[in-house]
Write a protein that binds this ligand. Structure first.
Ligand SMILES: [Zn+2]
Length: 327
């Protein structure tokens, strides 16, 4: 079952804190001996904090447990937490093809990251995103067992198969890295209780909420910052127009607030990596100011809590997600 948004609808903003080491893996590069990413936590995250403060919102940062081994990174996360942002779980080591891991390994990835985050900020995370949007139904069972309230790994975008193919061509080793089951392309685009046997299918009730990554209503084009920076402002405005009046879960990635001189040259193939920092900052600010218009900003965990409390739970006739009807 899907829910029509209470008025005004909700804006949740999320940041995937993938480092350049993760992007090396995404493209199949060896990072090289002694490589350290000193810019993602030290430069990109404080810039996101500044951007969000300018716009007047708080956001959810999905962090990778192993990155918190460094005290300097833990300090950044503590600062974000102190400023009211949410810290959520993005696994311990960010393994691509997450859904191919054994259930035991998935559990360890989630459990360890949860513990690492709790030790860093003294608050246990309640939200999860799988690396590469690669979630499967057994993962949901693990999340429920570990006390999580929501998952945000489903990307209901029609371009997932294309992006998956493109990524595997660009990967030096030909390795595919995610985007989940193709049926997730047809998952509901608004929050829903995922079926514990099929993550793309909505159920009338359940222990967990799926807060999917935004996609454009009707056509299901991607609707997140990396795609919007790449595809231009006109398409962003059209997409935002189609999404108006609906809840929106808008996703950034940490690299989007790094300048080209801060990004390893091998990653300049990544979309938008060569845009100037000033340009990216300005456009990301415009995205947020557009999306906040007419919406109520909430942390993802607050939204999940509201949904559970039934404050936003109104069944809608348009609920019939394609997925529910087809399989
Ligand atoms: Zn990631």
């Amino acid at each position: 079952m899907m829910y029509s948004p209470k008025h005004p609808p909700v804006l949740t903003v999320q940041v995937d804190v993938d480092t350049q080491r993760n992007l090396f893996s995404f493209y199949g590069f060896e990072e090289g001996p002694g490589y350290e990413d000193n810019v993602t936590y030290q430069h990109a995250l404080p810039r996101f904090a500044r951007l969000f403060a300018e716009v007047g919102i708080q956001a959810t940062f999905f962090v990778i447990g192993e990155d918190l081994a460094h005290e300097r990174n833990r300090r950044v996360i503590r600062d974000l937490h102190r400023d009211g942002h949410e810290i959520a779980n993005h696994t311990q080591t960010h393994p691509y093809q997450f859904c191919n891991l054994s259930l035991q390994d998935q559990r360890e990835e989630i459990r360890q990251a949860g513990q690492t985050i709790a030790e860093a900020i003294q608050v246990a995370p309640v939200g999860f995103r799988a690396p590469g949007y690669d979630v499967t139904s057994p993962t949901l069972t693990v999340l429920t067992e570990l006390g999580y309230q929501y998952d945000s790994s489903v990307m209901p975008s029609i371009l997932n198969p294309v992006l998956k193919l493109t990524q595997s061509f660009m990967n030096q080793k030909g390795v595919r890295s995610g985007y989940g089951d193709w049926r997730a392309s047809f998952a509901p685009t608004q929050p829903y209780h995922p079926d514990s046997r099929a993550v793309w299918r909505a159920m009338p009730s359940g222990p967990l909420w799926e807060i999917p990554v935004a996609s454009v209503p009707y056509c299901r084009l991607p609707f997140y910052a990396n795609f919007n920076l790449f595809s231009g402002t006109t398409l962003f405005r059209l997409s935002a127009g189609l999404a108006s009046g609906r809840d929106c879960n808008y996703v950034f990635h940490a690299i989007e607030l790094l300048g080209p001189e801060e990004i390893d040259p091998r990653l300049h193939r990544h979309p938008n990596a060569r845009l100037s920092l000033e340009d990216k900052f300005t456009r990301c600010r415009t995205f947020l100011r557009t999306l906040i218009d007419g919406r109520r900003p909430l942390l993802s965990r607050e939204f999940a809590r509201e949904l559970s409390a039934g404050e936003v739970a109104v069944p809608t006739p348009e609920s019939g997600p394609l997925a529910t009807r087809l399989w």
